[in-house]
Write a protein that binds this ligand. Structure first.
Ligand SMILES: [Zn+2]
Ligand SMILES: [Zn+2]
Length: 400
């Protein structure tokens, strides 16, 4: 789990064949030789082979078996109700067999990873990513002092690593031949050009990007499985030359078992008393950054932005000519943070936090809000409220 050395992966540029390095799990590929910028689209997770140079004979003796690689934010709600977050980077076996090593340890950092264009014929994971993670946490919880009230993982990068494992008996051999029933399906990669499908303008080849705004026509494109899809967003604030729009997921939710029926209640309990009456009657929601930040910053920015009175977005406004910070966190991953964001917001009475893990909190709507910020010294500032986010916290996140 040490971050002392980062995992690196390589692939051949689909355009010119040159060797390209990138971070495992990052779907944005930029060839420094021919300047091609592509998005690696696939129906399942990206797959890599650890130490790909091993020969067929070695493969026979040491079959390649799948491990999930998780990089993201792990949040715990402490027994006091306080949420705490940490960055994690870990591998967990994707096959439900206690005879296999539970993780790959430092092997992926010390070895070399290669992107697998087509995982057909490779053994499928028998554990889905969340299931594998839960199993790993149960092992971890046995070693950690103090029980947490709740745990959440906000996955920024989840991919599969096929690693050669010492043959441990007949079961693995069957797995290695791909005879097992899979928990997830894997598909080959299609490389899509990073261009706006509407106006053909180049899109920013930002590492880790999933959603990319076109500065030319103002459309926002979601790159997932298949062709990029235009997604709607609300735009708050007005742009000028140096402005940048930051993405936030607006997560509407319902909370059963807590005295929260509308946004006014949430503001009241978050200590934002001045906002409580204006927010009364509005449906419950929080804003969660769609860009990558440190776990503590994620909780702080979510709380502060949710408690701000942002001006209503202009209906139908599009960010033509605007600089869009890419969306690097999917809506589903952002929604994973809902419970811990609330744990960070509810201040009075304090025991409300302790009720949180027992309440039923369900996201009911997910939408994207781009908010315009202006650079000012070391910060990005939202004009109408004066709310500032340090630039460094965003660039830190982009390079996680
Ligand atoms: Zn190339
Ligand atoms: Zn465009």
């Amino acid at each position: 789990m040490s971050a002392a050395r980062r995992m690196k992966a390589s692939l051949s540029c689909p355009q010119c064949g040159a060797e390209v390095d990138n971070d495992p799990g990052d779907r944005v590929i930029e060839c420094s030789f021919c300047r091609t910028r592509l998005f690696a689209s696939s129906g399942g997770p990206l797959c890599y082979i650890l130490d790909p140079s091993s020969g067929p004979r070695e493969r026979e003796e040491r079959p390649l078996l799948p491990y999930w690689r998780f990089r993201g934010l792990r949040f715990r709600v402490e027994p006091t109700g306080e949420p705490r977050g940490a960055l994690i980077d870990a591998t967990v076996r994707a096959v439900d067999d206690p005879a296999l090593p539970p993780s790959l340890g430092l092997r992926p950092q010390l070895g070399s990873l290669r992107l697998l264009d087509d995982p057909a014929g490779f053994p499928l994971p028998t554990l889905g990513d969340r299931e594998a993670l839960r199993a790993a946490w149960e092992r971890l919880a046995a070693l950690e002092a103090g029980r947490s009230l709740a745990e959440r993982f906000v996955g920024e990068t989840i991919c599969l690593i096929y690693a050669p494992i010492e043959d441990l008996g007949g079961k693995e051999a069957a797995l290695a031949r791909g005879e097992n029933e899979g928990a997830v399906s894997l598909t080959g990669i299609r490389f899509l050009p990073l261009r706006c499908p509407e106006c053909n303008a180049d899109l920013d080849a930002s590492p880790g990007a999933l959603g990319l705004g076109c500065s030319n026509c103002g459309r926002l494109w979601w790159f997932g499985a298949g062709e990029p899809v235009a997604i709607d967003y609300e735009l708050g604030g007005s742009a000028n030359g140096a402005a940048v729009a930051l993405p936030f997921w607006k997560i509407g939710f319902q909370a059963e078992g807590l005295p929260l029926s509308d946004q006014g209640d949430l503001m009241q309990h978050a200590g934002a008393y001045a906002r409580a009456s204006a927010a009364s009657g509005l449906p419950l929601h929080v804003f969660v950054p769609g860009f990558k930040v440190h776990p503590a910053s994620m909780l702080r920015i979510s709380r502060q932005l949710t408690c701000l009175e942002l001006p209503e977005p202009v209906e139908g406004a599009r960010g033509c000519g605007l600089r869009f910070e890419p969306v690097r966190l999917s809506a589903t991953e952002a929604a994973e943070a809902l419970l811990v964001v609330l744990a960070g917001m509810l201040r009075s009475p304090r025991q409300m936090r302790l009720q949180l893990p027992h309440a039923s909190i369900r996201p009911v709507s997910l939408s994207l809000r781009y908010q315009v910020f202006h650079p000012s010294g070391r910060d990005l500032v939202e004009a109408s409220s004066g709310y500032a986010i340090p630039k460094a916290s965003i660039s830190f996140g982009a390079n996680l």
